[in-house]
Design a protein around this ligand. Structure first.
Ligand code: MN
Length: 132
């Protein structure tokens, strides 16, 4: 057994995130063949990811606030605490807070050895992010 010392909270870089987004690692990578990775991600109102996809998919579980998630070409979906959302491998999507609420979620995904588990694309256009 091990009580894990967790790394410091880090801020999401502006190349990938709009607004204030903070990460806390809650399950750091373990020795292979384990690939599990879990972060809690806190988005300030209006903050959100750029378009991106995960090589092995991603599961989100909303813990607080009001947010949105959308897959490329799909409908805009409001997300609330207690909901779990899965995006399949390679499916482009974004997630983030509503314009007028904080939103926090657990993000659960699997790492890949060469570090290419997440592919980042462009930021949302003003029309793509919902208005308050
Ligand atoms: Mn994602």
């Amino acid at each position: 057994m091990e009580i894990i010392t967790l790394p410091a909270t880090t801020k999401g870089p502006p190349a990938m995130f709009v607004g204030d987004v903070w990460f806390d690692v809650v399950a750091p990578p373990q020795a292979e063949p384990s690939r599990m990775k879990v972060n809690i991600v806190r988005f300030a109102p209006g903050a959100h990811t750029a378009w991106h996809s995960h090589a092995l998919g991603q599961t989100l579980h909303v813990t607080e606030g009001v947010g949105y998630v959308q897959s490329r070409g799909g409908e805009l979906v409001k997300i609330l605490p207690g909901q779990t959302i899965h995006t399949p491998p390679g499916e482009e999507h974004w997630h983030g807070a509503a314009p007028d609420h904080f939103m926090s979620h657990l993000a659960m995904w699997e790492g890949v050895a060469d570090g290419t588990e997440t592919t980042w694309g462009e930021h949302l256009t003003p029309d793509e992010y919902p208005s308050a």
